[in-house]
Write a protein that binds this ligand. Structure first.
Ligand code: SF4
Length: 141
């Protein structure tokens, strides 16, 4: 016997600053979507569908880098990855240590979880060429 019970889940669209409040009504038994409401454009409807069935997130973080002008390099995924993989990816990136120089867009971790999505450098990191201690600040023993 088919149940006609449905459940409404609410989402906030992040597609633009308007921030439409989205509603996805789905059958309780099967999870099949009955109706999507509250969107003001097709993008919002697609977002609600994606968020309800397979939520994804962009990952932006930093990785360790040796011999760079800074100790950490900002990196990001080229596209959003499945939400349940975000913590695993962050864990993998904690094991990565790069060597400067690195160019913006350079692939840091290719094809994460076989998704075809890469993690790339989101800025360039020149190599440090050694640093000079300014005169007057010389440390003497
Ligand atoms: S539904 Fe469309 S108009 Fe509304 S917040 Fe999302 S992208 Fe913007």
């Amino acid at each position: 016997m088919m149940s006609e019970e449905t459940q409404v889940t609410h989402y906030l669209c992040i597609g633009c600053p308007l921030g439409c409040r989205l509603e996805v009504e789905a059958e309780e038994d099967t999870g099949d979507i009955v109706e999507i409401r509250g969107f003001s454009c097709k993008r919002g409807e697609k977002y609600a569908m994606q968020e309800h069935t397979e939520p994804r997130r962009m990952v932006t973080t930093t990785v360790a880098i040796r011999n760079g002008i800074w100790g950490r390099l900002p990196v990001k995924t080229t596209e959003a990855i499945p939400k349940e993989k975000v913590m695993d990816l962050c864990h993998q990136l904690r094991q990565v240590t790069l060597e400067a120089p690195v160019e913006i867009g350079e692939v840091v971790l290719p094809n994460v979880f076989d998704t075809g999505i890469d993690v790339v450098a989101s800025r360039s990191m020149p190599q440090v060429s050694g640093f000079a201690i300014p005169k007057g600040n010389l440390i003497q023993n």
